[in-house]
Design a protein around this ligand. Structure first.
Ligand SMILES: Nc1ncnc2c1ncn2[C@@H]1O[C@H](COP(=O)(O)OP(=O)(O)OP(=O)(O)O)[C@@H](O)[C@H]1O
Ligand SMILES: [Mg+2]
Length: 332
């Protein structure tokens, strides 16, 4: 994976090419002071649902510290306007990543946002967002070449209720669709087993009609959603390399794959004859025996915290976390 491939997978690069086939999105440049705020561990998130500035004074053990949430009036109004245009509920991302590792911190345990403070809370809690900001070219083979300049952007996508069983990740090598994996491989979905051929054919048709030869690279990974009417939508494009989760495949398999050397075991319903004819390998979880722990589990917090956040006083958790931040501050 080269740095150029990472550059090409930014939403702002591929969105204009595939606009008709993906979820409506708006892209806002991130001002430097907002980037600084996102990277600053010490500052708090603006509390509450409105966008007002809050000044909190906490007094404990004779130590008084004042924590002021920063203000970004111009950026805030642009974000609110964009949220409005997108119907009031959005899915936020940076150039490449969504803060999926932080959804536990949101009051609704979801990435659905209605305000800039919802977005900031997720972004400031997410290692995936920090990764985009601090090491976007991690694992690139051309590590000694200078990093291409990146303009950081807040991507707001219209909130869409995607059913996880309808999501698939597709691996493209030399402009050939070589493999498709169920995206939410932790669950067994009976309909995938039943409609295996339909799903694979729908994705192949979508690829050949709308994706193949249209992207800037010949190796890439695209994510799709097949809706209840059977229509296929593009969800995201990711680099063809280790930074992208290979789900039910391994990167060794994906990079060594050739028509002559099928590597798939019977376990994975691989049909070598079909593959030789250009039909991609399709893997999905086949029974409840193979259900695996959720990949984001390691990012989660103790059950007590979750209970706190689902209790009647849902702000208790945020108050608690703020208290911790203030305590840490006063110790410095
Ligand atoms: N517009 C949306 N509305 C609601 N949910 C969404 C939306 N877009 C994506 N999702 C959900 O969030 C998940 C992650 O989205 P996306 O693939 O854009 O994030 P990512 O950071 O690029 O993930 P990855 O690291 O796996 O590439 C998707 O699998 C889907 O379930
Ligand atoms: Mg992605």
């Amino acid at each position: 994976m080269k740095k150029e491939q990472v550059v090409n997978c930014q939403l702002s690069v591929w969105y204009p090419i595939f606009k008709k086939h993906t979820i409506k999105s708006l892209i806002l440049p991130l001002p430097q002071n907002v980037i600084d705020y996102l990277l600053d561990d010490g500052t708090l998130v603006v509390s509450g649902r409105c966008e007002h500035t809050h000044t909190h004074t906490h007094t404990h053990d004779e130590t008084t510290s004042t924590v002021t949430a920063p203000e970004f009036p111009e950026f805030t109004s642009k974000v609110l306007e964009a949220i409005n245009v997108l119907g009031g509920r959005v899915f936020p991302k940076l150039n490449w990543s969504a803060p999926q590792d932080a959804n536990w911190i949101a009051l609704n345990s979801s990435l659905e946002c209605q305000s800039l403070s919802d977005i900031f809370l997720l972004f400031k809690s997410s290692d995936f967002i920090t990764h985009d900001l601090t090491q976007p070219f991690h694992l690139c083979s051309d590590e000694d070449s200078p990093n291409p300049p990146i303009n950081y952007e807040l991507v707001l996508r219209k909130w869409s209720e995607l059913i996880p069983g309808g999501e698939f990740r597709c691996f493209v090598k030399e402009n050939k669709l070589i493999a498709i994996s169920q995206r939410d491989y932790t669950q067994y979905y009976q309909h995938i087993l039943k409609q295996e051929q339909h799903i694979s054919q729908a994705i192949q048709a979508f690829f050949s009609q709308h994706v193949q030869y249209k992207f800037l690279d010949e190796d890439f990974v695209f994510d799709v959603y097949r809706d209840s009417q059977g229509r296929v939508w593009l969800i995201d494009i990711n680099p063809f390399g280790e930074v992208t989760d290979s789900l039910l495949f391994t990167w060794d398999e994906l990079t060594s794959i050739t028509n002559q050397a099928p590597f798939f075991s019977h376990l994975w319903h691989f049909n070598a004859r079909l593959f030789a004819q250009g039909v991609p390998a399709f893997r999905y979880t086949t029974s409840e025996v193979t259900v695996q722990p959720s990949p984001c589990l390691s990012y989660r917090i103790p059950r007590d915290f979750v209970d706190l956040s689902t209790g009647e006083d849902a702000y208790k958790l945020m108050d608690f976390l703020k208290l911790v931040c203030v305590l840490v501050h006063s110790l410095h």
